[in-house]
Design a protein around this ligand. Structure first.
Ligand code: DQA
Length: 147
C-alpha cells in the first residue's frame, strides 16, 4: 500500500483560530481527519506530523526514507526561506508535493517565492483544506510512478 507522510510546518497547529479569514475555521485535527478519510477511500496509508521547528521537520524528512513513498508538505513560512528544508528534501529524494491553504501568489510579495517548490513534484496552493486533498489525489494518480 502506498504510504504518505503529511507534514505540517510552523503555526499550522493554530489553524481554526489563526487568521481564519485567510486559513479557514477548520482545526488541524479536522483537516487531518478529512485527509485520513480520503486516504481510506483511495487505499492510501496516511500519517501526520506537525512541528514549529525547522530541525524537527528536517529530522522527520530524514526518517521518512524507507518508511514513506510520498510526502505532502505544507512548510508554512519556511517555504519562503528555508534552504535547509529544501536540502533535506533534495537529499532524501522522496517525491514531495508542496501545499498551501492560501494562494501564496495572491498575498504579500515575500510569499510569492517558494525555495521548496523546485525540489518538489509540484505545488498546490489556494484551495484551503482541498489543497491537501488534491495532493492526495495526485499521489493516487501517480502512485507506482516514483523511481
Ligand atoms: C501557508 C502560507 C505561508 O505563506 C504561511 O507562512 C503559512 C501558511 C498556507 O498554507 O497558506 O504559515 O503555508
Amino acid at each position: 500500500m502506498t504510504k504518505v507522510l503529511v507534514l505540517h510546518g510552523p503555526n499550522l497547529n493554530l489553524l481554526g483560530q489563526r487568521e481564519p479569514e485567510i486559513y479557514g475555521y477548520m482545526t488541524l485535527d479536522q483537516i487531518n481527519e478529512e485527509i485520513a478519510s480520503l486516504g481510506n477511500q483511495l487505499g492510501i496509508e496516511v500519517s501526520f506530523a506537525q512541528s514549529n521547528r525547522e530541525g524537527v521537520l528536517i529530522e522527520k524528512i530524514h526518517q521518512a526514507v524507507g518508511a514513506y513513498d510520498w510526502i505532502i508538505f505544507n512548510p508554512g513560512a519556511f517555504s519562503h526561506y528555508s534552504y535547509a528544508l529544501r536540502d533535506a528534501l533534495a537529499a532524501v529524494e522522496i517525491p514531495t508535493i508542496e501545499v498551501h491553504l492560501s494562494n501564496i501568489q495572491a498575498r504579500e510579495e515575500f510569499r510569492h517565492k517558494s525555495v521548496i517548490a523546485p525540489v518538489c513534484v509540484g505545488q498546490i496552493s489556494g484551495f484551503g483544506v482541498r489543497s491537501y486533498l488534491l495532493a492526495l489525489y495526485a499521489v493516487f494518480e501517480m502512485r507506482g510512478a516514483e523511481k
